[in-house]
Design a binder for this molecule. Sequence first.
Ligand code: NAI
Length: 496
Amino acid sequence: MTKLPFQIKDISLSEFGRKEIDIAENEMPGLISVRKKYGPLKILKGSRIAGCIHMTVQTAVLIETLIELGAQVQWSSSNHLSTQDHAAAAIASKGIAVYAWKGQTKEEFDWCIEQTLYFQDGEPINMIIDEGSDLTSLVIEKHPKILNQLKGITQGSYNGINYLTKLYREKRLKVPTININDSITKSKFDNFYGCGESLVDGIKSATNIIIAGKVITIAGYGNVGKGCAKQLSKLGARILITEIDPINALQASMDGHQVLTMDDAAPISNIFITTTGCPNIISSDHFKLMKNDSILCNLGHLNTEIDINWLNNNSIKKDSIKFDLVDRYTLIKNNNNNNNNNNNNNNNNNNNNNNNNNNNNNNNNNNNNNNNNSNKDYSDNSNKNNNNNDNDDKSYNLIVLSKGNAININGNGGHPSFIMSISFCNHVFSQISLCVENYVLKYSPGIHILQKSFDEEIARLHLNHVGAKLTVLTPVQCNYLAIDKNGTYKPSFYRY
Ligand code: NAI
């Protein structure tokens, strides 16, 4: 069967897409500098790249940068909901092979990735750019022949790195891989600043709710969780954190946030945000404790942090208010459920502030409430025909954003262009490192971090845009610190 040159939703959106790409380019100084420096050299000539990253306006700038550097590129989206159809149209209208549209079924999503493995001339890819493991696992598990030609993988997400680490331990990772997620210029910028700002945009465009005064639980206090906590605190929210790692838990405490378990946080929060990359963070036991119209959303890579299946199977009503973005579930409330808990918890909060002994008592009360709750059958759908509204005493609502998929990406266009310029420069420099012979030290099969000199270079390329002027070391200072004035400035273990 002949391969389709591209598959998107609507090519007539290309002009709109192009206008947005033009605006984004101005905010992506790193990628534009790379084009100027390496474009004339066609440094990526001979690279046949399959990319699987959210097909957005910013990704369009990345794709066109890779092409300007001489690569052949085919693209699919790493999430079935995240494609911006106008961006895909602009790319397709330039004759670039893109297979992505918003709202794919699972089968369509898999089909799109599969289209990117071989080029029109029948030649397979020799480089991968991935965020998540969908593309990489397809090649490794189902198309092992491609591995013979594969020169390298650049992987941008935490979950993708987990998958590759597992493969490496099983001695099944035969190609060099660069872990983009742990470059300083990725994790400390995209995960922290990018998620923090785009989370707020996502929640507000979905719900228009005010953040000030809200109690917000964030699961996970890694780079993403910290960035979200910072932005939400600035807007006047009180932040509760759940963590498994004592170091992150201690950081959260010393940043002024209360660290507790989801069981304790569920009845007293207005908004829940998962940022762990770990499944089953918010489950039925927690839903049963939550306040009416609590808002739940996720920023982690996969939609497995909130148990949406349970809500779909156990709610008596589901209103999809903004198509993919807002689902309001109505659930049966037990008499001892939300209202009582809310009252108790409000009291608990007050007492918490006053004295620790009360705190312990209150925790016991809380536990009692939890125990009471766990004895009730909330999944009883016998009231199905009773069309409850949110104000009656038999039901309550929970609002889930973006079906548990990353709200910042699906809700409001994802990270800002400037952040994506920094992250995508990591992919470009890593692609150059992996496939241009002798450009840097040869990478062996396994998982590597991009050289620190590139990390510093990427940051440097973005300084001018924010009006920053670097101090240059004097010869005496260089001598004293034993650092070259052009870097690198920090040892590899420095944590920033
Ligand atoms: P990280 O490793 O810095 O932080 C995750 C934190 O969650 C860790 O501190 C860990 O101890 C904690 N954690 C793990 N399991 C937990 C559990 N069961 N309960 C409570 N805490 C738990 O990772 P990072 O960089 O913060 O990324 C987190 C997730 O966000 C990943 O899935 C990543 O792919 C995703 N991500 C999403 C972005 C977006 O635009 N939506 C951008 C960057 C990352």
